[in-house]
Every structure is written in C-alpha cells, then in structure tokens.
Design a protein around this ligand. Structure first.
Ligand SMILES: Cc1ncc(COP(=O)(O)O)c(C=O)c1O
Length: 382
C-alpha cells in the first residue's frame, strides 16, 4: 500500500543529515555541558555554536536564543514571564491562537492576573488591526500582544512587521508564536521590532522535544523551570545536546534550501488547489489558504461536500488508503467537533465538520496529490 504523508504541520520527518548529526553527537558529545572537563567542554561548545548559528540567521544576539523542549514551553515561558517579571497586566490576542498560547493566557485570566482581550477576526482568520491600534491608544496599561505568524490549521499569514510597528508605537510588547514559521520564512530581527518568538525543530525536519525562544535582551524574564544555571539562568536542566545539534542542522538546511523548496511546495499547493477545483465541484477553501499572498505555502485546509456519514469516516478511510492528513477537528466519542479555529471563523456546521488539512513538504510529489484526489472522489461516490 502507498504511504503518503500530508501532515507536515503536525510534524515533519527528519532529514537524513539531521539523523547523522544526532547520531554522531550522541557518540562524540555525550558529556554534560555544565562539566568543566574536556567532555563537558566539548558538549558545551557544540551547544554554544548551535546558538550562534541560529542567532546569526535570525539577526539576533546569541544570548537572545534560549533552548527549550519545544514550542509549547517557549510560548509558556514568554507568556508567564511577561506577566510575572515584566509587569504585563493586559494581553491582546485572538481566539484562533494555538492552545500553547491560549491555555496559559486563560489560566492567567482565570487567576485574575491579566485582562484578556480577543481581537475580532474576519472569515479568513485575519485579526482586526484597527481594533488593535484603538485598544493600544485608548489605554496605557502595560500590554502584551500575542499573535501567531502562521496559523497551524488554516495557514493564514499575519503581517508581523505591521503589528510590530503598531506595538512599538504604543509601547506594547509583541510576542508571535512562530512555530509554523521558523524554518519556512526568513526573519531579520534587527529590522522587525518584535520582542518574543518561538520555534520547534520538529516543524522544520528536526527532532521532536527541542525548540527555542527568542527573548530580546532588554526583557529580563526569569526561568519557568528552576534548578541549575543552564541557559545562563533562563532555563534549568541539562541540555539535550544531540537534540540541539540536530535542530541546528535542520535549521541550517531549512534556510539553505528555503527558496528552492518554497517554490517547489508552492507549485504543489497550486496543483492541489487546481485539481480539487476541477475534480470536486463544491470544494471550499478555508481561511485564506487558496491565496498564496495571504497564507503559508505548506497548508491547505479544505471542506468537501460530504454527507454526515462520509464526513465521520473520511479521515479513517483515507488512512486505510495510506494517506495521512488531519481533520482540522477533534473527533470525540464518535461525533465530530469542529476545531476552535474553524468555530471562530463562524463557518456553518457542515463546512467546519468536513474540513481536512493537507500540509505539504519538499518530500511530496504531484502523483501523491493525484492519488489522494482519486481516493477522495472514490470515497465521495460511495
Ligand atoms: C502554532 C503552534 N504553536 C505551538 C505548537 C507547539 O509546539 P510543540 O509541539 O513543539 O510543543 C505547535 C505545534 O503543533 C504549533 O503548531
């Protein structure tokens, strides 16, 4: 049976070069980076080189890159730290952020520590930036704005430069969850006045369980995880050296190949859209995902004209045909519940329940798209 992977927004396979680097690192860099002997120093120098590589590509200072266990920890570190250590009393966000952002914010609001304000969004998932400006100019409460660059379900892109400028003009802090963006888009942090970013290596063909936070030097956030003095006191715990070196390799390769892979994947996405339009009348494209200017090149979220029974079985049946994609909704107790993102877009129940997310990478081919659409048509004909 074919094995087709269209779920790269969930996670990506490791590049072979990354596996090789990790393998070598586990052999050669097994020392504890906090040890002062040669084994420790060797591991430490690998970790510090990785920090420098990542910082240089992003236009950051190495001390602004803090290694974490991934995107969730980085988002939590920044959100809790801004409130606890930087005096943030109000957070402005949207209801379509990832749960790694929404849940800590709801926790802080429920404990009475912040006022939480949700911006209106349009039916493509774009936040109302006029409302943001108005909120920031009306009140001088110390505010954190938290808006993701690439929405992981519908792929909608935020104009981060514009938001960063609005925040700077109004003395607000700006955090962007860039977990779906780092490794897919270039960043120059010397030019964009953004305060905090987050990344996860497994979204750009690196290992799981490792990522980083970018925290601008002027923001003295205390650690979320306390203990030893690793990460210059920002994050305690012995570093996962092989994961960090694997992330560095994945990061370097992502940026070396970025333009070429972006063109290739954009072409695949266009082909997918054109084929769906011509072969499945009534297909709907969710968010802004059919607009290459307003959405990321990797994510395609579509709703097919399905009966309720077809909708319930679609993902399972695609899986049976060897196709891995994601429903864009959580299936609980035999009934489908639209994801929080699609619910917030105010789509009708059928559109939200029938949504499927295909997320692409350079490893995909057009014949996989043809096969997938053949299978979709066959399943819809049943
Ligand atoms: C936008 C976004 N933020 C945060 C996360 C969480 O990252 P991690 O799985 O590395 O904790 C994800 C992962 O799906 C994501 O897509």
């Amino acid at each position: 049976m074919k094995q087709i992977y269209f779920d790269h927004a969930a996670t990506t396979p490791l590049r072979p070069e990354v596996i090789e680097v990790m393998h070598q690192a586990m052999i050669a860099h097994f020392g504890n980076p906090s040890s002062t002997h040669q084994f420790g120093r060797q591991a430490k120098s690998g970790v510090e080189q990785a920090r420098k590589t990542i910082a240089a590509q992003l236009g950051a200072h190495p001390s602004e890159i803090i290694f974490t266990s991934g995107g969730t920890e980085a988002d939590n570190m920044i959100i809790y730290g801004s409130v606890r250590d930087l005096g943030v009393q109000r957070v402005i966000t949207t209801a379509i952020e990832h749960h790694a952002v929404l849940h800590p914010l709801e926790d802080l609001r429920d404990r009475g520590l912040i006022e939480l304000v949700f911006l209106s969004i349009d039916d493509s998932g774009n936040p109302d930036l006029n409302q943001l400006t108005a909120l920031l100019t009306q009140e001088s409460t110390k505010t954190l704005v938290s808006l993701m660059h690439v929405n992981n379900e519908i792929g909608t892109l935020l104009d981060v430069s514009r938001v960063a400028q609005i925040c700077r003009d109004n003395n607000a802090l700006f955090h962007s969850d860039t977990v779906q963006s780092i490794g897919h888009f270039t960043w120059n942090l010397q030019e964009i006045p953004i305060d905090f970013l987050t990344a996860a290596a497994h979204k750009f063909h690196g290992p799981k369980g490792v990522g980083f936070a970018f925290i601008r030097k002027k923001h003295p956030i205390k650690p979320l995880i306390s203990g030893g003095a690793q990460e210059r006191g920002f994050r305690a715990g012995t570093e996962s050296v092989h994961s960090i070196l694997g992330m560095e390799k994945a990061f370097v390769l992502a940026y070396q190949n970025l333009e070429q892979e972006k063109d290739y994947i954009s072409g695949l996405k266009k082909y997918f859209i054109d084929q769906l339009k011509s072969r499945i009348p009534g297909v709907q494209f969710n968010g802004a995902c059919s607009d290459p200017e307003k959405s990321t090149y990797t994510v395609l979220n579509v709703s097919l004209p399905l009966t309720t029974d077809q909708s319930l079985m679609m993902l399972f049946q695609l899986d049976m045909q060897g196709i891995a994609c994601s429903k864009g909704s959580a299936c609980q107790s035999g009934s489908t519940h639209a994801s929080h993102v699609l619910t917030e877009l105010r789509y009708d129940t059928a559109r939200a329940a029938n949504a499927i997310r295909f997320s692409l990478a350079h490893t995909n081919q057009t014949d996989e798209i043809d096969y997938t659409i053949d299978q979709l048509c066959a399943l819809m004909a049943q």
